[in-house]
Design a protein around this ligand. Structure first.
Ligand code: C2E
Ligand code: CA
Ligand code: CA
Length: 545
């Protein structure tokens, strides 16, 4: 009997061991595979962030150098009134630049367009810039600990030099924003290893849980070091990992069961692909600044959706919005976009009540009263107030149910939301018909903006449109403004707000938020002083002056 029990037990043990081996091998393999995936993904993220950081630093430097080159071409090497004016203009049109100054032979400040240069400061490093003869790059710390990059440039044979100050923070991507990895750390250094700046907090231990990437700018010699957490939650808790694997196993069995029971899904179904992408959070907001063309200040932004695919490619809305509309997915997509904007830009926009944020709303959404409730709920907990929200309805699509649409618009306006007619002047229904909807803003289509000044008919149409808008106490925004002449014409016509490539293209969230910060008053002590306001002006203003 005792022998039997022993044999039975041994048999059992062998059976259990074989069972564990057979069942466990795929799990262990899966575990290794998962580890590899986490590691590779972390590395790819870190490499991508480093590449983006280098591109940002190169682009900032190029932008500042173009301005200094232009000033040097104008022989700006002294403190004459026209030279000061040229410096003022240069700083005015280039948001990253905080000040332009002339330095004497010993590096002393002779004059500048503001007086940041006069503030007490400490020179942390100075070195010639690779990839740009005549240039030196200094890292400077101001009395308030703020770190600045100073670019210096020789001017012809002059003993004096031109210098521009740029906050070091503008050379760094904002790692805390949604499109970067949370918990990531970025540091950028000069060629000689002096830190220009860092963002995020440097990890103190657990280096094993971090993916580390370093890249160097081929052009200017900067190096960027990026550390991103590599699935540290999973790596740090093995019990969690086993639990995760157990759940995965169960899910796989259920999925296999479903897979056998369900008919084959059509993988080529583009609507299913849109649904998948929506669930995976691949539709992200880009922001195109809307600018006050009289003062150069930011008035807000229009949110334009982008499909950021897993491979990093970016798809423009023209190729998926029509299908999203015809399939009815547009509603979920639009509200998902709004929620993303609330999370990503809510704090920044909420703090600045004068900024407005516009969303494109497909005409069909206005034919449903429940969107009034959904819009209110979406912004209920967001710092963005409903009075900052603008919904754009295009004039291109016919309005199916005019009475209902008008009611819904009135309901939205009751919440404080403002409604804009998009693509004004291009629709089939006619503008006067659209205006009967009782909207607050009209956006003049690019087609007319392009024709102003060249085509008498279009200019007359625009003038009529503006008169009409002003009589009805509506705001007017010009769209697709691409050059300085158009800005001048629009100003003459009395238009206040405009958007277009001449100011900025649609920007990813992190870049837009940087712009919002850069265009604010500088430093807390100078918050009331209008003179410290950085403004956004047409890119070719310097050339035109
Ligand atoms: P839209 O509302 O008229 O947006 C303006 C379009 O003009 C944007 O194209 C923008 O990138 C482009 N643009 C801006 N400035 C300039 C310029 O100076 N020159 C030129 N040539 N183009 C400029 P995008 O982002 O490709 O969007 C195309 C259209 O897709 C939008 O036209 C809008 O109708 C639609 N759309 C975008 N996002 C959404 C969304 O979230 N929901 C809905 N329903 N439609 C959207
Ligand atoms: Ca629009
Ligand atoms: Ca438009």
């Amino acid at each position: 009997m005792g022998l039997f029990v022993r044999a039975f037990t041994r048999q059992n043990i062998v059976a259990i061991a074989v069972g564990v081996l057979v069942a466990g091998t795929p799990l262990v393999t899966f575990n290794f595979w998962l580890g590899g995936v986490i590691e590779r993904q972390g590395q790819q993220e870190a490499d991508g962030s480093a590449r983006r950081a280098i591109a940002l630093a190169d682009q900032r430097l190029d932008q500042v150098m173009r301005v200094l080159d232009r000033l040097a071409a104008l022989k700006t090497d002294g403190c004459g009134s026209s030279q000061i004016a040229a410096m003022q203009q240069a700083a005015f049109v280039t948001p990253p630049i905080k000040e332009v100054a002339i330095l004497g032979p010993a590096g002393e400040v002779l004059c500048g367009n503001r007086n940041i240069f006069a503030i007490q400061r400490r020179l942390l490093s100075s070195e010639p810039l690779t990839g740009a003869a005549d240039y030196s790059l200094d890292v400077i710390q101001l009395a308030d600990e703020q770190q600045m990059v100073q670019l210096r440039r020789a001017v012809g044979q002059s003993k004096n030099q031109l210098a521009a100050l740029v906050p070091a923070a503008l050379f760094l991507p904002q790692v805390s924003h949604q499109d970067e990895t949370p918990g990531a750390y970025v540091q950028i250094e000069t060629r000689e290893g002096v830190s220009i700046g860092e963002s995020g907090s440097r990890p103190t231990d657990h280096y094993g849980d971090m993916s580390v990437a370093a890249q160097q700018s081929g052009k200017f010699g900067f190096t960027v070091e990026v550390m991103t957490p590599r699935g540290s939650v999973i790596a740090g808790h093995s019990d969690l990992k086993w639990f995760g694997l157990f759940i995965t196993g169960v899910i796989m069995v259920i999925l296999a069961g479903f897979g056998m029971m369900m008919p084959q899904r059509n993988v080529d179904n583009p609507v299913a692909e849109l649904e998948r992408a929506l669930a995976a959070g691949e539709f992200v907001p880009y922001y195109q600044p809307i600018v006050d063309i009289r003062s150069g200040q930011l008035r807000g932004a229009e949110v334009l959706v982008r499909w950021r695919k897993a491979d990093g490619s970016l798809v423009l809305p023209g190729s998926f919005i029509p299908l999203a509309e015809s399939s009815g997915l547009i509603r979920a997509m639009t509200f998902d976009l709004m929620r993303r904007v609330c999370v990503e830009a809510g704090p920044s926009i909420g703090r600045r009540p004068a900024l407005k944020i516009s969303f494109n709303f497909a005409g069909m959404l206005f034919a449903d009263e429940t969107i009034i409730r959904d819009v209110r709920n979406t912004f209920a907990l967001s710092p963005i107030k409903l009075s900052q929200v603008v919904l754009e309805v295009t004039e291109r699509d016919p309005i199916e149910n005019f009475t209902l649409t008008r009611q819904v618009i009135a309901g939205l306006q009751g919440l404080g939301v403002r409604i804009a007619i998009d693509d004004g002047g291009t629709g089939h229904s006619g503008l006067s018909y659209m205006l009967k909807l009782g909207v607050d803003i009209i956006k003049i289509d690019k087609m007319f903006v392009d024709a102003i000044g060249t085509d008498r008919n279009s200019t007359t149409i625009v003038e009529t449109l503006i008169d009409l808008a002003h009589n009805m106490r509506m705001d007017v925004v010009a769209e697709g403004v691409e050059n300085f002449e158009q800005v001048m014409h629009l100003r003459e016509l009395g238009i206040r707000s405009a958007q277009g490539y001449v100011f900025a293209p649609p920007l990813p969230g992190s870049a837009f938020l940087q712009l919002v910060e850069a265009m604010d008053t500088l430093g807390s002590e100078s918050e009331d002083e209008g003179e410290d306001q950085v403004v956004l002006m047409p890119n070719d203003r310097v050339a035109a002056a």
